[in-house]
Design a protein around this ligand. Sequence first.
Ligand SMILES: [Zn+2]
Length: 141
Amino acid sequence: MIKYQLKCECGIEFESWFSNSKEYDRLEKKNLLSCKCGQSKKISKQIMSPQIASKKEFNSNSSKHENFLKTVNKKLRELRSYIEKNSEYVGENFVSEARSIHYDKKNVRNIYGKATPEQTEELLEEGIEVNTVPWVNKLDN
Ligand SMILES: [Zn+2]
């Protein structure tokens, strides 16, 4: 069953049930739709009014979303702390340090630092394992 909002030429709006949209089309073609005014057969289907979430629903959804973002930020900060605790920051030297560790096997350790996406791509092509991680500020909420 499908419910349509119909509008007659006379201005009356009413709702009517149909078994499906084809049945509506069939009745409309045969002018079998009728209004209680009994005068006009020009009845048209209204565009269904969009569902508008109530303020309450909207707020609860947005707080769910906020909680999600908070959790993501928390996890990312944990990831950052983990990386900081377990590896050495080499900053702008990241690419050359990563290569020297990979090729010279000298001073082998975990490092983190800065690289452009292109540099990261190059390192990966050379078989050097690197990961790009989203780096969040420690202080923001
Ligand atoms: Zn009417």
